[in-house]
Design a protein around this ligand. Structure first.
Ligand code: PLP
Length: 243
């Protein structure tokens, strides 16, 4: 069985973060090891509080996973602080496997998930990423412009929507780009869609798929997961799967 590692935060409501990553990996038949960065007390309406793990403890989780399991790809989600980013930076420098970096800033309900002073530290991770998966808001904050991204690694900017379609555009460092489209679903149940998309890409990279195929398979997966969302909670609800 192929193994991926998710470095991410816990969402107590089960829809986003590490919980989404584990469910997504399972859906692709990939085993998901985890290194937790933060615990959050949250539900679909917002985040009440965030408890980061001590940086040394993140380091220990990474070491224990890597010395035992044949990890084939890494997904990086919520990092929250400069201290935790520095641990992950040291870690990614040692890797020779694909790394999917989801530069998580804000939750869909509007709660901050990255300390403002940590944004600059996160840029140090870009050269080690196989792909970066910002939404439009994050792409604008990081690159000043979501439509013509220039970065040291491929960047897929999520969710440009037209009336009928959702478009994700992949920008390569050499300036070429490719757009992936799926039908648009009218729903508020999108909690965890970003986390699930990036972990689906990591799962497919762990399976040995090339990047663009991993993205296509992930986009199809997310479309179905949104379609089957169980409409739970009072805010943007979690994704689902066919019974
Ligand atoms: N909570 C955690 C721990 C996350 O990692 C994320 C996103 O990465 C979220 C919440 C936000 O999820 P959403 O924006 O889909 O609501």
């Amino acid at each position: 069985m192929k193994v991926m590692l998710s470095i991410a935060g816990s969402d107590s409501s089960g829809g986003a973060g590490i919980q989404a990553d584990i469910k997504t990996a399972e859906a692709f038949g990939v085993f998901c090891a985890t290194a937790l960065t933060v615990l959050t007390a949250q539900n679909t309406t917002g985040v009440r509080s965030i408890m980061p793990v001590p940086p040394q403890f993140l380091d220990e989780q990474l070491a224990m996973v890597m010395e035992d399991l044949p990890v084939k790809a890494v997904k990086i989600g919520m990092l929250y602080s400069t201290e935790l980013i520095r641990v992950v930076e040291r870690f990614v420098k040692t890797l020779s496997i694909p790394v999917v970096l989801d530069p998580v800033f804000l939750s869909k309900a509007g709660s901050p998930l990255l300390q403002p002073e940590a944004v600059e530290a996160m840029r140090a991770l870009f050269p080690y990423a196989t792909v970066l998966t910002p939404n439009q808001h994050e792409a604008k904050a990081l690159f000043g412009e979501p439509y013509h991204v220039k970065a040291p690694c491929p960047v897929i900017v999520k969710h440009f929507t037209t009336e009928k379609e959702s478009h994700d555009t992949l920008f390569y460092p050499n300036g070429t780009k490719r757009t992936f489209a799926s039908p648009k679903l009218e729903t508020k149940n999108l909690h965890g869609s970003g986390c699930s998309f990036s972990s689906a890409i990591a799962a497919n990279l762990a399976l040995g798929k090339p990047l663009e195929e991993a993205i296509m398979r992930s986009k199809a997966f997310i479309y179905h997961a949104i379609f089957h969302a169980p409409a739970l909670g009072h805010g943007p609800g979690p994704l689902g799967h066919k019974q």
